[in-house]
Design a protein around this ligand. Structure first.
Ligand code: SAM
Length: 274
């Protein structure tokens, strides 16, 4: 891989909030599927009238930020440095080998990894590829058990922390001077936005939607658009069994046998060969 530049190294540190590691982080009290939190949320609402709030303390460590083990209070991604390094590696390899296509992430949260995608295009002077930023910007869907029984018991839709608005993500791109016409937003549920998305070819398909349904929607609609030599990256392979199941089912249905390579405790990828 071509060596990382000072700009990209610094950006990755900003995106993961490395410079604040070791300090206590204070996160707002989000909705959790937890009875204890309900009365606290009510109290929090009252306190906010006086500019006070109840917070959850998040103790950060380098290990957590390297491996993407926590949901940070302020960082623009929860991916961790190893998965950002992997994304950079894949993009540099694609550009070096002239693999055709745009880059997409399905499930962007605060936008961090798509910000890195755009920054790498800028650094490498690439003006003919887009970065697609696909999300509901309203969190995760409720499980659809008729079509996706593997999502039974999934509680992601109840975690308010996973809801980040499109305006907030756009603002995050702007913070780094990277919001422009090479960034395209696909707002809505993947099942609605992906079938008609005006994407011609992809070189990176990054799946980070946690659930079976979200992972399967991404593969069904976009794997056929991935170029030979392009990368599929699955963020939740190790973290969410239903996501791993969706990937295994899709691979079996389409006789995909390319080797799955490990990034860290949860992330994996493979290169499309056929
Ligand atoms: C774990 S977060 C993504 C983390 C992010 N990639 C990062 O770098 O920190 C999951 C995201 O997927 C989105 N999402 C999951 N399933 C979805 C679906 N079916 N349609 C649209 N958005 C979905 C959620 O709104 C949320 O922003």
């Amino acid at each position: 891989m071509d060596p990382s530049s000072a700009y990209i190294n610094l950006l990755k540190k900003m995106l993961t909030d490395y410079h604040r590691v070791g300090l206590k982080e204070y996160k707002p009290l989000y909705h959790y599927p937890n009875l204890l939190v309900k009365p606290l949320l009510l109290l929090d609402k009252i306190l906010r009238i006086k500019n006070l709030a109840i917070s959850e303390v998040n103790n950060t460590t380098i290990e957590k930020r390297v491996n993407g083990l926590d949901k940070p209070a302020y960082a623009d991604t929860m991916m961790g440095m190893k998965r950002l390094d992997n994304l950079e590696y894949c993009i540099r390899d694609i550009i070096k080998n002239d693999i055709e296509g745009d880059f997409i992430e399905l499930g962007v949260w605060r936008g961090g990894s798509t910000i890195l995608m755009r920054a790498l295009l800028k650094e490498l002077n690439i003006t003919n590829r887009y970065v697609w930023v696909a999300d509901s910007f309203e969190g995760l869907p409720k499980p659809d058990l008729i079509n996706y029984p593997a999502d039974k018991g999934d509680k992601h839709s109840q975690f308010g922390e996973l809801t980040v608005s499109m305006d907030e993500v756009k603002h995050n791109f702007e913070k780094y001077g990277l919001l422009d016409e090479q960034v395209k937003f696909l707002k809505g549920w993947f099942k609605d936005t992906l079938p008609a998305a005006p994407i011609k070819k992809l070189a990176i398909l990054r799946l980070d939607g946690d659930m079976y349904e979200s992972t399967m929607d991404g593969l069904v609609n976009l794997y056929p658009k991935l170029s030979k030599g392009g990368y599929v990256i699955v963020d939740d392979w190790g973290a969410v069994p239903a996501c791993k199941q969706a990937v295994k089912d899709y691979r079996n249905q389409h006789s995909i046998i390319e080797e799955i390579k490990e990034i860290d405790w949860t992330g994996v990828y493979w290169i499309k060969e056929n």
